[in-house]
Design a protein around this ligand. Structure first.
Ligand SMILES: [Zn+2]
Length: 276
């Protein structure tokens, strides 16, 4: 699964002109939505800005991942931009944001989106790579850095499990656990398998590879959820589980955001949660 195929070069911006959050979101969505998607610019900007007013999408560490579900898009698209001066995104750690990924995806591509965002987060969990992207200077070099990072992620997870260091060693990054990355991939391949007419054998082989890396307890719960139907992994946004649309009590929501050791589940529908 290549991250960079979702990033058109015209939407990779090594030097943002905008200096405020709303202007950054505007500059990026204009670069991203062109041709037949140009008419989506207005509604998309409105949607992202209102989403940001609920809860900042800044992850900390100078990174923000604004995003929106957009009806009318054919596929997931992403813009990547750098602000040398930094932009105030009201991040949890109060740091200015220097690196922004704006992600837009059609409602039917929820698992592709989760897999993409998990891939980006994993690719950026090394702070060196974030700095390399900020320093890259042009679109082609930025895409190269991201591509190198994305290539390492699955290999890194496999290597750690192979060494029996276990997933825990990788979970210490505090942004998102390796297991969440694997679950997102599992979810995508399962969805692909359900709709596949050909290539089923290859998909099944990839599923088995990933299942071998996920811990047994997580896998058992995952299988139970899939059997029940619908997605097993959903985003957690603005304190609301996007699987059952229930707003969780604020103490519980805070705990979910701070959780780095195990994957959080919704207290209501029990699905795995991906806090975005
Ligand atoms: Zn739920």
């Amino acid at each position: 699964m290549e991250l960079i195929k979702h990033l058109p070069k015209r939407a990779v911006l090594p030097t943002l002109k905008a200096t405020t959050k709303v202007d950054v979101l505007r500059e990026m969505s204009e670069a991203l939505l062109s041709g037949k998607n140009k008419s989506l610019r207005g509604p998309v900007l409105e949607q992202i800005v209102s989403r940001e007013s609920l809860e900042s999408t800044a992850l900390g560490h100078g990174i923000a991942l604004p995003h929106a579900r957009v009806a009318g898009l054919d596929d997931l698209v992403c813009a990547m931009a750098v602000s040398k001066k930094g932009v105030d995104f009201r991040a949890v750690d109060d740091r200015r944001v220097h690196l922004v990924f704006l992600m837009l995806y059609p409602p039917a591509k929820q698992s592709a989106y989760l897999n993409f965002v998990a891939g980006v987060v994993r690719a950026l969990h090394e702070s060196d790579r974030v700095q390399q992207l900020i320093d890259a200077g042009d679109a082609a070099s930025m895409l190269e850095v991201l591509s190198a990072g994305a290539g390492e992620t699955v290999a890194a997870v496999k290597a750690a499990v192979g060494k029996k260091a276990g997933i825990d060693a990788l979970d210490a990054d505090g942004i998102a656990g390796a297991e969440l990355f694997l679950l997102a991939r599992l979810e995508l391949y399962n969805d692909m398998l359900e709709g596949a007419k050909k290539g089923k054998t290859e998909l099944k082989r990839r599923l088995e590879d990933i299942r071998a890396l996920v811990s047994r307890r997580v896998l058992q719960h995952y299988d139970r959820l899939r059997k029940r139907g619908g997605p097993a992994l959903v985003t957690f946004e603005g304190g609301v589980c996007q699987g059952c649309s229930v707003k969780l009590p604020s103490q519980q929501a805070q705990r979910i955001r701070k959780e780095t050791k195990t994957i959080a589940t919704c207290g209501h529908c029990h699905r795995f949660l991906y806090p975005i």
